[in-house]
Design a protein around this ligand. Sequence first.
Ligand SMILES: CC(C)(COP(=O)(O)OP(=O)(O)OC[C@H]1O[C@@H](n2cnc3c(N)ncnc32)[C@H](O)[C@@H]1OP(=O)(O)O)[C@@H](O)C(=O)NCCC(=O)NCCS
Length: 175
Amino acid sequence: MTGVAFPPGFSFEPLQRKHQRHLFDCGQREVNDWLHTRTLQHQDKRLSATRVLIDQDRAVTGFYTLATGQVDFGDLPVDLARKLPRRALPVAVLAWLGVSKTRHSEKLGDLLLAQALRDCYDAGQTFAFVAVILDCVDDRAKAFYQRWDFAEMPGQPYRLFLSSQTLTAMMTRPI
Ligand SMILES: CC(C)(COP(=O)(O)OP(=O)(O)OC[C@H]1O[C@@H](n2cnc3c(N)ncnc32)[C@H](O)[C@@H]1OP(=O)(O)O)[C@@H](O)C(=O)NCCC(=O)NCCS
């Protein structure tokens, strides 16, 4: 499994109780609340998995949460749905992602997103899904993801998807 190279001094770890998650502030209340209050419970119940980026002082500098889900055949764009069965279809869900606001614009968001997509790709080798989907908290977050080829789900402007074909092309592209 190839991982993303985070800058020197950072470590990247599965979320654990010892991490100082309550001090994390990415500037988005909803995203902070998720990390502060619900991530561990959901992880313990095997509903989602969270990975955190830890700096030299052991502060949580960034994180993302992945889960699995389903979308209805009819919710997918025609191009993607054309060859698929007319039923609920498996998807990977990039449920949350955030970077500490004191470290914005240092490319950590891009690196975390790259690692999240790498995790999805690797998982997809054993548990197949048709797309990675996510819900954007606002237009700024949407612009961030659209730079990575995420596209809108028809009729749902804040729900974005990346097909498994596009993900595979992204992950297997020669560097
Ligand atoms: C969105 C977020 C993760 C970006 O993290 P970041 O580390 O500041 O982003 P990066 O430094 O990797 O920036 C990468 C690129 O995205 C752009 N970008 C960064 N934040 C952006 C935003 N909020 N909206 C649009 N574009 C953004 C940058 O300009 C940069 O583009 P460039 O390479 O063309 O200069 C961060 O702003 C954040 O935590 N926001 C609050 C939480 C949130 O909205 N999460 C997403 C929904 S769950």
